[in-house]
Design a protein around this ligand. Structure first.
Ligand code: AMP
Length: 222
């Protein structure tokens, strides 16, 4: 049996990791694992991890490696992950990257590719501040770049229930970008040294980026 694929999407907040991960999930049958989504669910459920993470997330800082690695380990152990995973927003520190290597080694797995979505910092604040999501199916939208055909109505499932993230405001976005540059950007060199780094220009339109990404995923999982 072939080993389940493990793909990582790297890039600053607003680079389009979530949007692209969902498209890859549909196209390749992979499971999207977003530690941001898992943490938001823990906050909403009021778990111990969620209580500890809430204020840190609201400040745009990184949640402790211990909490995030535990959440990811539990999720990776779910049976659906045997289809292969696309990690979105994890790892975000070198400690997390090493923990992931160790977790994968336990089951004889390894990383197929870490794909860096290259974007300009200046564009990130605009991208993030206009975005919203369908509460019912999770489809992502943007005031300027991807508005629903009918105002306020999800193109995919018809729901009129939309939400914006609490941390998608200009002040928190600035902290999230600092956290990215200080703690996450070093992972580009980490994966380059392990010969699994791929980079794509993620400033263009969503469909072109999706096509570039799909070509890399196809090759990395062949
Ligand atoms: P995201 O949805 O990926 O933008 O993450 C939202 C917030 O969740 C981040 O600003 C962090 O506070 C927290 N978070 C998500 N993933 C991680 C991670 N791998 N390590 C630390 N904090 C994380």
């Amino acid at each position: 049996m072939t080993k389940p694929a493990v793909l990582i999407l790297l890039g600053p907040p607003g680079a389009g990791k979530g949007t692209q991960a969902r498209m890859l999930e549909e196209k390749f049958g992979l499971v999207q694992l977003s530690t941001g989504d898992l943490l938001r669910a823990a906050v909403a459920a009021g778990t111990e991890a969620g209580k500890a993470a809430k204020a840190v997330m609201e400040a745009g800082k990184l949640v402790s490696d211990e909490i995030v690695v535990n959440i990811l380990r539990d999720r990776l152990a779910q049976p659906d992950c045997a289809r292969g995973v696309i990690l979105d927003g994890f790892p975000r520190t070198t400690v997390q990257a090493k923990a992931l290597d160790a977790l994968l080694a336990e089951s004889g797995q390894s990383i197929n590719a870490a794909i860096n979505l290259e974007v300009d910092d200046a564009a990130m604040v605009t991208r993030i501040s206009g975005r919203f999501t369908c509460c019912d199916c999770g489809e992502g939208y943007h005031d300027t770049f991807k508005a629903p055909v009918a105002v306020g109505k999800c193109d995919k499932c018809g729901s009129t229930n939309m939400k914006r993230r609490a941390d998608d405001n200009a002040e928190t976005v600035a902290s999230r970008l600092v956290a990215y540059h200080e703690q996450t950007a070093p992972l580009i060199a980490y994966y380059k040294a392990r010969d699994v780094l791929k980079s794509i220009d993620a400033m263009g339109d969503i469909d072109t980026i999706a096509a570039d990404l799909a070509a890399i995923v196809k090759q990395a999982t062949a």
